[in-house]
Design a protein around this ligand. Structure first.
Ligand code: SF4
Ligand code: SF4
Length: 488
């Protein structure tokens, strides 16, 4: 319980404190506190107020500017990030990932999936509140809506008004800007799969392929629909992550929460007449600002709810009210259920969920680093002939045959030279030197012969080497088994 009661008591006793602070209900607006109507259905038109979480939300949202910028960056004369599906190559800042290295992408996905789980376990739906493309796009769309159509009350009245030329005139510019952003989003997405400049050029000469046209059109429509029309309903009704996040949080997870003990019983301030008992109220003055700013229309005072994306905007709202009332901040704050129950939170490194998630993340991260450090610009595979496994030659030697495949993962043409080492007397015949274009696979046949007397086992290791004739540092080795008949 707060010193609200004291305010009333003071007022009753001296009449001075409320007067000094102008805290009479009629005059709450004088100190900037509005009593706002509660959202009762329909589109949520959230009020925007400044605050630290609002600022944090803009900062994290700005990450998505990269989506629009990266397709235009060049690296070694190529698009810096290009997922070239036609040639089955992913180019990421000079690194070419071919299908055989796809496990590294799997590690990246695993790492980020676990990062998501770990961050949810520690601080709730951080992804939803600050990074998710849907909430970020919705935030930008509603910010623009406010610029074109005004504050929430005005927008609500406009929505409820009958269709008229005036209404169309107000709504048309917003719709045009939304459509432009939706188109740019779709275009930028597709520009990661084909050259961005070429995509622009082909747009103006009407040369887009059917796949590009269909993907860009459908993404434009869905971006407009989900971020502009459906908004918070996407989080509440469609998002699968919203449904599973409940399983990831526990009583130690910190989420935006209302301090029930401090805030209740809530109530609006009333001047106490002489002789009247001051009501025993908590710090919540029931102004509804926390509900009015919520992008999903949640009243956090009813406890943690499915619709809460943990964006913290209600914290900003309530802190601004507390500042005006000259009361301590934090009536709504990031806190865990354990904290409200008076328990002490164990450090992160002692929490089982965090330990498990971090361990798997560490594994994925280590595998990724290993993959990057050992990734060679050339990849060698040798496929042993199956039928026959070996051939006995007229001179008594044994011959094995392989099909050699060399993958060029670099951005330069490779002139690959093949050599083989193994037991004494080994000779080989490889196809002539292979020239392999960047991102392509070259193949040739390799014949290896070893005198039978030099073979002590039915399976003898031999080593195939490949190197670029123009660059000794580009090379790869492959160990394989030379097969021979049993000795009698
Ligand atoms: S919790 Fe804070 S913002 Fe919400 S109604 Fe109470 S005083 Fe107002
Ligand atoms: S209740 Fe608060 S934290 Fe949750 S979505 Fe609404 S404003 Fe964001």
């Amino acid at each position: 319980m707060s010193d609200n009661k004291d305010l009333y008591r003071d007022n009753k006793q001296t009449g001075s404190l409320l007067d000094e602070m102008n805290l009479d209900n009629k005059n709450l607006q004088n100190i900037g506190v509005e009593i706002l109507p509660v959202h009762t259905g329909g589109t949520v038109h959230a009020k925007r107020i400044p605050g630290k979480f609002r600022m944090f939300k803009w900062i994290t949202a700005s990450f998505w500017i990269s989506l629009f910028v990266f397709p235009y960056l060049r690296w070694d004369g190529h698009q810096a990030i290009l997922f070239d599906l036609a040639n089955r190559q992913f180019h990421i800042f000079g690194l070419t990932i071919l299908p055989q290295d796809i496990w590294m992408l799997a590690m990246i996905l695993l790492f980020f999936a676990l990062l998501l789980a770990a961050s949810t376990a520690v601080a709730g739906r951080l992804w939803c509140g600050y990074f998710c493309f849907h909430t970020v796009w919705t935030d930008v769309f509603t910010w623009l809506e406010e610029k074109f159509e005004g504050q929430p009350n005005k927008r609500m009245r406009l929505d409820q008004s009958k269709m008229s030329f005036e209404k169309i005139k107000i709504k048309a510019p917003k719709i045009a800007v939304w459509a432009l952003i939706a188109f740019m989003t779709a275009f930028s997405f597709v520009a990661y799969f084909t050259d961005a400049y070429d995509l622009w050029a082909r747009l103006f000469s009407f040369e887009w392929g059917s796949t590009e046209t269909i993907v860009i059109l459908s993404l434009t429509i869905s971006t407009f629909f989900f971020a502009g029309i459906l908004r918070e309903q996407t989080c509440i009704g469609f998002c699968p992550y919203a449904r599973i996040q409940g399983a990831m949080i526990d009583t130690q997870t910190v989420v935006p929460a209302y301090d029930n003990e401090r805030g209740e019983p809530r109530g609006r301030m009333k001047r106490v007449k002489p002789g009247e008992e001051a009501p025993d109220l908590g710090d919540c003055i029931d102004c509804n600002l926390c509900v009015a700013v919520c992008p999903t229309g949640v009243d956090i005072r009813r406890g943690q709810q499915f619709g809460c994306i943990t964006c913290g905007l209600c914290i900003d709202a309530c802190d601004s009210v507390m500042d005006k009332l000259k009361k301590p901040r934090g009536l709504i704050r990031y806190a865990s259920l354990a904290e409200f129950a008076g328990q002490k939170l164990p450090p992160l490194f002692k929490r089982p969920r965090v330990i498990v998630y971090t361990a798997i993340m560490g594994f994925a991260g280590a595998m990724l680093v290993y993959g990057l450090l050992t990734m060679s610009p050339i990849d060698l595979k040798a496929l042993h002939e199956r039928s026959p496994l070996f051939v006995q030659m007229s001179d008594g030697s044994i011959q094995n045959k392989w099909t050699i495949k060399v993958v060029n993962k670099s951005n330069e043409v490779i002139h690959a030279d093949i050599s083989v080492t193994g037991p004494a007397g080994l000779t080989y015949v490889a196809g002539k030197q292979i020239t392999i274009q960047p991102g392509n696979v070259g193949s040739t046949t390799l014949l290896v012969r070893i005198p039978k007397n030099n073979l002590t086992e039915t399976s003898t290791p031999v080593y195939i080497h490949v190197k670029d004739l123009n660059n000794d540092e580009i090379s790869a080795d492959y160990e394989t088994a030379f097969l021979s008949p049993k000795k009698r």
